[in-house]
Design a protein around this ligand. Structure first.
Ligand code: 13P
Ligand code: SF4
Length: 380
């Protein structure tokens, strides 16, 4: 027998066998709007929906709060809602769970929404790196700093060894914090954010080495490691690597007055050519603060760029992507209206689906590292 779903009704209110995610996925995006709204309303103050700026419009418009990773982590830490529904990626939901109070539960509408950069540093590899630094009598001089785009285990690793977490908007503050406590920084897992931030603080590129987790001794000699003030993990964001220096040259040749603003996950050569760098929240602020008639080429995820282009068109601000061959974060995109409706309607029915729960043994030190991030602040 084929089940025919009434799109106007919550599946959870129908027969039990229609409550599976598959039944939601079979329905069109627009049919979720009313259901998300209704479920949201019914949950009231019991739930808060957080949305990262890279989320698609059909999802982010339901967020109670939007922001970059730093703002969302702080919002998650401050909310008293019982359910924190995170429209973002896995490391963001993990961070929210680490910062959550007793009794709060964090939900990621699609558990497959990961981050390929976070996957580039596994805890075993990071421990091996530290063992090598210890064997070479160097680890005492290193403070480990991890970008929030990392697993909870890596955050705990950093917390336990006197280090901290940072986001793209707090990386400079985190490096200052680290250099006040140690001679060198091990920066995980995004080499580009580490390099761009270190360089902006005056550290020469020659004093930065890259640790390749797949090479013997990270692909480095002891002398090179001992001469480095920053050891950058060889990780990257595939979305931001697509932007190349030639794209900056091309947009400038076409539009001489354009301002090029990019996320610091972009490669060094692109960041050097750009007019400004910033986290997603900071990129938005740059556009907001610009006078009417300004034009920007933005090097970051395409959903955010397109949304800004639409939002600011009325003010006469023209916004284009730095590379028009497209640049999508496929994992952020996994959070669909269907997943959101499914998660919310289950909550209405008293069922928690897709809870993200960090193991107790990891939580303590990961929390220490995240608290240090929040105490350090996000000033650049
Ligand atoms: P922001 O903290 O700038 O929002 O960055 C998150 C991210 O994953 C960028 O790729
Ligand atoms: Fe990860 Fe890149 Fe997606 Fe950000 S844009 S979540 S770093 S894969």
């Amino acid at each position: 027998m084929t089940l025919v779903l009434d799109e106007t009704k919550a599946p959870a209110a129908q027969a039990n066998e229609t409550c599976t995610l598959e039944n939601y996925l079979a329905l069109p995006d627009h049919s979720m709007d009313g259901r998300i709204r209704e479920a949201r309303e019914r949950l009231g103050a019991a739930a808060v929906i957080l949305g990262h700026h890279y989320q698609r419009d059909e999802v982010v418009r339901f967020a109670d709060f939007t922001g970059d990773s730093y703002k969302l982590a702080k919002t998650a830490a401050a909310t008293s809602a019982k359910y924190i529904v995170f429209c973002g990626v896995h490391f963001m939901a993990e961070s929210a769970d680490i910062l959550a109070r007793e009794g709060q539960q964090v939900i990621l509408p699609d558990l497959n929404a990961g981050c390929s950069m976070a996957d580039m540093a596994e805890i075993g590899q990071v421990e091996d790196c530290w063992d090598v630094l210890t064997r070479l009598h160097l680890s005492d001089e290193f403070v480990p700093v991890t970008y929030i785009n990392s697993t909870a285990a890596i955050k705990a690793f950093c917390g336990e060894r006197g280090g901290l977490v940072c986001t793209s908007s707090s990386a400079r503050a985190a490096l200052q914090w680290g250099f006040a406590r140690g001679k060198r920084i091990l920066f995980l897992p995004d080499q580009h954010l580490g390099r761009n931030t270190g360089h902006a603080m005056g550290i020469p590129l020659e004093e930065m080495a890259v640790w390749d987790p797949w090479a013997i001794q990270g692909g480095q000699t002891k002398e090179r490691l001992a001469a480095s003030r920053m050891l950058l993990w060889k990780g990257h964001c595939a979305v931001h690597q697509r932007f190349l220096p030639i794209h900056v040259d091309q947009v400038r040749a076409k539009y001489p007055d354009i301002r090029v603003i990019v996320h610091p996950e972009c490669r060094y050569e692109v960041c050097q050519k750009a007019d400004a760098l910033g986290s997603t929240e900071q990129l938005i602020a740059l556009v907001e603060q610009a006078p009417e008639g300004s034009m920007f080429a933005i090097g970051t995820e395409i959903h955010l760029v397109n949304r800004l282009a639409r939002r600011f068109a009325a003010e006469g601000k023209k916004i284009i992507t730095l590379d028009d061959t497209g640049c999508l974060c496929t994992t952020m995109y996994r959070i669909s209206p269907q997943h959101l409706a499914w998660a919310l309607e289950n909550l209405v029915e008293g069922r928690v689906v897709n809870r993200v729960q960090v193991k107790a043994e990891v939580k303590h030190w990961a929390r220490v590292a995240l608290d240090r991030m929040i105490e350090t602040g996000s000033r650049q």
